[in-house]
Design a protein around this ligand. Sequence first.
Ligand code: FAQ
Length: 310
Amino acid sequence: EDPAKLAEFEARIARGEKIEPTDWMPELYRKQLIRMIEQHAHSEIIGALPEGTWITRAPGFRRKMAQMAKVQDEVGHAQLLYSAAETLGKSREQMLTDLINGKSKYSNVFNYPAFTWADSNIISWLIDAGAIVNQLANAKGSYGPYCRALDRICAEEAFHLKYGHDAVVHMATGSPKQREMIQAALNRWWTPIMHFFGPPDKMSTHTEILMRWKVKMASNDDMRQQFLDMYVPKIWELGLTVPDPNLKKNPETGKWDYTEPDWEEFKRVINGDGPCNTERLAVRRTAEERGAWVRRALLHPKAKYVKPLA
Ligand code: FAQ
């Protein structure tokens, strides 16, 4: 790679300029962004599934409507992110093929089941909270199309967070059975949530280069700490407990001490061997097969009402 071009590229990033699709960029920057944005897009469509199963079973009409709107938003986020990734030269079809074949990763958390309505509420509150911590930071990053997509996503996620918080407050201040259900769900989700921010910095493969090029604006451990700072007090406020006896803020370091979640479990889950990986991919595969005729019709040169995409 041309050292002069690389130096200019890095100088632009240092000045806080955005890199746009037609600008020169190192191949590794392109490759890393495709990997990360694609994984993020897949997480949004797969992420729609655990909560999606609760649309028909949400308690009451208003909750059903809100749940449906939220799930629909998540799928919309995937659309924005696939478009952002496409600007880097990988087609949407290829990305979806790689998802279905298990070649691309997506967030660990969506490989766990939402057993009860309370699980769905914990996802809506705390997974969205984690996503916002990550996305607000990275929206200030260097790649224009990804940052603009993240800005729009964050605006909608802010609504999801309020919806999720409201649902959890309702359960936590409800009957003893409701409190028991929400506590049980929190216990089930705590480890996956701790995993959500990625492996500890010392084990992270990509953080160094991604932070140098301002794609990632904070390390995995820093994002995890920020999440704990913002949400552990809110969890405690509701009279709920976190299933980690070692979780406490260390007055000396100003950081949270916690028990390391099982990183072997994390590796298994992100590499295809979690409780729901097979089921999640099977749903996507069916959706692809059933939607194939729509895509064929849209792309047909004689399609009358729709401008061909290609
Ligand atoms: N799950 O070197 P690092 C959402 C992989 S959106 C699965 O630290 P990096 C919205 C990583 O890919 C949630 N895999 O990686 C919603 C790499 O594997 P590779 C998704 C993970 O990229 C809410 C290996 O481990 N958000 O929730 C995970 O520097 C509610 C080494 O790791 C994003 O994708 C994980 N948690 O940092 C929807 C945000 N963590 O590729 C519905 C964008 C790590 O070498 C309902 N992504 N891995 O084979 C990022 O910010 C980063 O990619 C990280 C990982 C922070 C996820």
